[in-house]
Design a protein around this ligand. Structure first.
Ligand code: G1P
Length: 271
């Protein structure tokens, strides 16, 4: 059963400056709600019972967002008839109960961030979300959990991207299984067009085995001197661990760039 999810939130968000000079990008509102809440909703609706947030000292506002009880209580006392306020507070309280915080104060990459959660993950598999990647109209995590049960394997979300854009993504070498799923033979972090084995990109939803923590402990830094989750996955594939790629049917929204962030609000407002 997959009941725990990890969400790395320690990134600096420089692509969304100047907004991120005062607010973590994951708290930026998308159609009236922080992007992060869409991820929480997707996870909860897929059966996740506990979220592990990886933040940094510079992103303590994320914790504050969920830990502001006395502030809410004071205002609710003054505005006792405000139903919306009470509803929002009870939602935040529910979230707070299912979130744990761990810290990554030096940005050493996604693999290093995930490794910080080692002592908290209980079962053999867990879900990993990248908060820049929103998927709407269909619960991608739920479909992936179903696949995980069927194939008893790890699962990674995927989307076909334009060939000229392959160097922005992790890219799969694959063997087709059926219409929406494939066996992952290899994965390369941000390859050049020449070296890319396909144009099937990694999107930020992963069901990973607990044994990845052992791999991460010895993982050498890769591109840009960072420890990438992609490289640890590659090591596991080389060790014959089964990984399925899932071409999800929902709509992908990239909230990590200004253009994508603006577009996300437009798309979500149409729902
Ligand atoms: C990360 C991963 C990359 C993946 C992407 C999906 O890259 O390293 O493999 O394709 O997320 O959004 P980042 O967006 O952090 O550069």
């Amino acid at each position: 059963m997959i009941k725990q999810a990890i969400i790395p939130l320690a990134g600096l968000g420089t692509r969304l400056l100047p907004l991120t000079s005062v607010l973590p990008k994951e708290l930026l509102p998308i159609n009236g709600k922080p992007g992060l809440e869409y991820i929480l909703e997707e996870g909860i609706n897929a059966g996740i019972k506990e979220f592990i947030f990886i933040i940094s000292n510079k992103k303590r506002e994320i914790k504050k967002y969920f830990y502001n009880d006395s502030f809410y209580k004071k205002i609710i006392k003054k505005k006792s008839k405000d139903k919306r306020l009470k509803l929002e507070f009870s939602k935040i309280r529910k979230y707070k109960k299912i979130i744990k915080f761990v810290y990554q104060n030096v940005p050493r990459g996604t693999g290093d961030a995930v490794l910080k959660c080692q002592n908290y993950v209980k079962s053999n598999y867990f879900l990993l979300f990248f908060p820049d990647d929103l998927i709407i109209k269909n619960n991608c995590s739920l479909s992936m959990i179903k696949l995980h049960k069927k194939y008893k394997s790890s699962v990674i979300a995927s989307k076909k991207v334009k060939k000229k854009d392959v160097s922005r993504w992790g890219i799969f070498n694959l063997k087709k299984l059926n219409k929406n799923n494939f066996l992952i033979k290899d994965v390369i972090e941000k390859p050049s067009l020449k070296k890319a084995p396909s144009n099937h990109a990694v999107i930020g939803r992963y069901i990973l085995p607990k044994k990845i923590f052992k791999i991460l402990q010895n993982q050498k830094p890769g591109q840009n001197g960072e420890i990438h989750i992609t490289d640890a996955i590659k090591t596991l594939i080389d060790k014959k661990e089964k990984f399925i790629g899932h071409i999800f049917s929902g709509k992908y929204l990239d909230c990590g760039t200004m253009e994508g962030y603006i577009n996300s609000s437009i798309e979500i407002s149409k729902l």
